[in-house]
Design a protein around this ligand. Structure first.
Ligand code: KIV
Length: 271
């Protein structure tokens, strides 16, 4: 008898097959039970519990402050709502860079304490020992290259990465190293679409782009950006599908007026 939820359909193997068949992969971030449940029912392939939670949930300027305990809290809330999508959880800044034993311990905590299906980390050659060690322990790892928000103070800007030959060459070397180390997929953030296309054809594992053009094997967006909850962040790569900020503000404003005027609750809404 299996104790797994029977309806969980998407695995890392599914993503591999999708790339091989030319079927695009959809990915979105989620940080809580309610939204994760809606996304899972919407047919999304992968839910990323991103360390962007540090920005959109906690209001920090960068992703650096979020802790492993906080990521575990978000991821376990998400996983309770999900029966079909693959759930990937970001290893936060400081939990995998110093050495591969610490990286493995962090990944094990995420897998054990949340029930998530995979972890994601940023970087190439610099973190390859950690990737190898985590993969060797049986934990699926997704890589992340290009703009890596955990390195924002090194980059000094959120501008497009790898526009020059040197950085593009490093990215090409890194993606091959990550594939060799056993990553099942790679996020490519904010790089020229021609480079994303080139590296996507170089590897047999899927690439998931954000600001990396439409030749990647899939796309990921941060839920607050694509649903228009976050109105100040409007980069060129973003397609905003809703304007939830205005819709929620108007709805709550109407509620305030109804309470103040005595219109709410009416007889039908009372016992
Ligand atoms: O943390 C995050 O939301 C991410 C995406 C931008 C890919 O890493």
């Amino acid at each position: 008898m299996s104790t797994q939820k029977e309806s969980r359909k998407i695995t890392t193997n599914t993503l591999q097959k999708m790339k091989a068949n030319g079927e695009k992969i959809s990915m979105i971030t989620a940080y809580d039970y309610s939204f994760a449940g809606i996304f899972d029912k919407s047919g999304i392939d992968v839910i990323l519990v991103g360390d962007s939670a540090s920005n959109v949930m906690a209001g920090h300027e960068t992703t650096l402050p979020i802790t492993l305990d906080q990521m575990i809290y978000h991821a376990s809330s998400v996983i309770r709502a999900v029966s079909r999508s693959l759930v990937v959880v970001d290893l936060p800044f400081g939990t995998y860079q110093s050495n591969s034993d610490i990286a493995l311990a962090s990944a094990i905590r995420i897998m054990k304490e949340t029930g998530a299906h995979a972890v994601k980390l940023e970087g190439g050659e610099e973190v390859i020992d950690s990737v190898q060690k985590i993969v060797k322990a049986g934990i699926p790892v997704m890589g992340h290259l290009g703009l890596m928000p955990q390195s924002i103070y090194k980059f000094g800007t959120y501008a497009v990465r790898a526009t020059g030959e040197e950085e593009a060459d490093k990215l090409k070397r890194d993606i091959l190293l990550l594939q060799q180390a056993g990553c099942f997929g790679i996020v490519l953030e904010k790089i020229p679409s021609s480079l994303a296309e080139e590296v996507t054809t170089m590897v047999s594992i899927p690439t998931i782009g954000i600001g990396a053009g439409n030749k990647c094997d899939g796309q990921v967006l941060v839920m607050h950006d694509m649903l228009g909850i976050n109105t100040e962040f409007k980069p060129r790569f973003l397609r905003q599908y809703l304007n939830l900020y205005d819709q929620i503000k108007n709805a709550v404003n109407q509620y305030v007026q109804d309470v103040k005027s005595g219109d709410f609750p009416n007889e039908n809404e009372s016992y």
